[in-house]
Design a protein around this ligand. Structure first.
Ligand code: SF4
Length: 314
């Protein structure tokens, strides 16, 4: 994770900085945020890293520049802190593809299964789960479950099938997808590979099999950034949300990062849910201390258990 100094020149950023100190606040931002949000964040990371930072910060207020389930996760882990989401409309197609009532019926239809849910889920779905995973630790989480016990995996079906193939585990997979990661075109990717024959393809496990089967490296957001920055190749084809390219360009300025186009031939695989935050909204949320994420304590405690099991794995 990158710890960043706040940029200082613009009056807007000065005011954000002043209010942040005044409120004893910290700004956390996901790699899929707009570059201007990434640059004003105190901490930048993927879901797992931001969840970990949220448990360690001394700040009383967390401004979460990510999507709703991430801010909710920060609240589950930090009930005593005020967790603010600059724009409450920051949802997630993947989390929304797994409603808690339907998931509960799915679990009931598969008795004896360990329930593993990806962190991209609502608190209500987390509360139904035995353990949470992220794209950084999913294989470690699966390995923590007795080998002879079948597993329910939710909500991302591409990630589930990828894991099933890699581990050989017996798995029932919830049929959810991320609209951003399923939009990459395998056909246009082939054309890019011809144009950039030496480029390595880096893909997130939420992509579908037609992309993953071609990838040189499949990994979490952080793993993809690391592979691009530390790899020997000079060119990389990026099959994940294009926000990661901002970090790659900062950390490896001499290399070339080419976003894989979507099926409608757009080189701009941006998550519409992530991109709703702006510096102006960050300023506003610091001023108003609202919108705030709140959770009923009973639900919070139920959602906390599977998260703690994941975090205990390190
Ligand atoms: S990129 Fe996909 S999984 Fe991530 S927040 Fe956006 S919709 Fe959800």
């Amino acid at each position: 994770m990158t710890e960043k100094a706040v940029l200082t020149s613009a009056p807007l950023l000065d005011e954000i900085q002043r209010l942040k100190e005044d409120r004893n606040a910290v700004i956390l931002a996901h790699y899929y945020q707009d570059p201007e949000i990434q640059d004003l964040a105190d901490y930048l990371g993927d879901s797992l890293q931001l969840a970990q930072v949220a448990t360690k910060t001394d700040a009383e207020v967390i401004v979460f520049c990510g999507v709703h389930f991430m801010a909710e996760t920060a609240k589950i882990l930090n009930p005593e802190k005020k967790v603010l989401l600059p724009d409450l409309s920051a949802g997630c197609s993947l989390a929304e593809s797994c409603p808690a009532d339907k998931f509960e019926s799915f679990i009931q239809r598969h008795p004896g299964h360990a329930v593993v849910s990806y962190i991209n889920t609502t608190a209500a779905v987390k509360a139904l789960s035995d353990i949470i995973c992220t794209s950084s630790n999913m294989e470690r989480v699966l390995a923590s479950i007795p080998e002879d016990q079948p597993v329910i995996f939710a909500p991302d079906s591409n990630m589930g099938h990828y894991l099933k193939k890699r581990t050989g585990r017996r798995m029932e997979i919830w049929p959810g997808t991320c609209t951003v990661h399923v939009a990459f075109s395998a056909q246009l990717l082939q054309m890019l590979r011809t144009k950039y024959p030496d480029a390595l393809l880096l893909a997130h496990p939420e992509c579908d099999e037609t992309i993953l089967s071609q990838a040189d490296h499949v990994g979490s957001t952080t793993a993809i950034i690391k592979a691009a920055v530390e790899g020997r190749a000079q060119q990389y084809l990026i099959a994940t949300e294009a926000g990661v390219i901002h970090q790659m360009e900062q950390l490896a300025p001499g290399k070339e990062f080419i976003p894989v186009p979507t099926i409608d031939d757009c080189p701009c695989s941006l998550c519409p849910y992530m991109r709703v935050h702006t510096p102006e909204k960050v300023l506003q949320v610091l001023r108003d201390l609202s919108p705030e994420i709140t959770l009923e304590e009973e639900l919070r405690l139920k959602a906390l258990r599977p998260l703690e099991r994941m975090m205990a794995l390190g």
